[in-house]
Design a protein around this ligand. Sequence first.
Ligand SMILES: C[S@@+](CC[C@H](N)C(=O)[O-])C[C@H]1O[C@@H](n2cnc3c(N)ncnc32)[C@H](O)[C@@H]1O
Length: 191
Amino acid sequence: MFVPRPETELLAGWAIDHARTLEAPVVVELCAGAGAISLSVVHEVPGARVHAVELDEPAFEWARRNLVGTGVDLRLGDMADAFADLDGQVDVVVANPPYIPLDAWESVAPEARDHDPALALWSGDDGLDAMRVVDRVAWRLLRPGGVVGAEHADAQGESAPAVFTGRWADVRDHRDLADRPRYVTATKPRR
Ligand SMILES: C[S@@+](CC[C@H](N)C(=O)[O-])C[C@H]1O[C@@H](n2cnc3c(N)ncnc32)[C@H](O)[C@@H]1O
């Protein structure tokens, strides 16, 4: 199972800060893994309605255990077609998708590449295949004015925001505590 990394706290913090500005926000986590981000949001944002999806069955099983009693709506499945019942109703979409290019084996820490499941790591030739799915799904789910935030590799500080360039407003990249590019956020315009 993929072990949540400290860097992801920043993305979770961003989702919490944004959700706290809203009354009864609807939050969706894509690629939930063991459910750490959803667990943070549901604990830190009173009144939030949190939904999460994970494709890998063992990870889903961990998330199910971690989220017992929290009220998080956890679903097993592919984010690509998840939550059709929430289309246009979501305030915040948050995701830590797989983002490592298929040929970047050498650059990945041995403890990750030897133990984390492949589905949690690799994401096509440029590492952004899953990010492109996050872009499409977030656009479908968010209401106008809703926001998406997604973690990426430190080498993707320009290429990850570029996925959201065009129809999204306020596309921004954010750095981690070591000053490395770490996650991108964008807003669905209200027009
Ligand atoms: C980098 S891990 C992040 C897990 C967790 N969100 C965290 O931050 O610790 C990516 C997760 O995305 C899941 N995943 C990959 N492709 C997916 C898809 N198409 N739909 C849903 N989940 C997916 C993997 O199984 C893995 O659990």
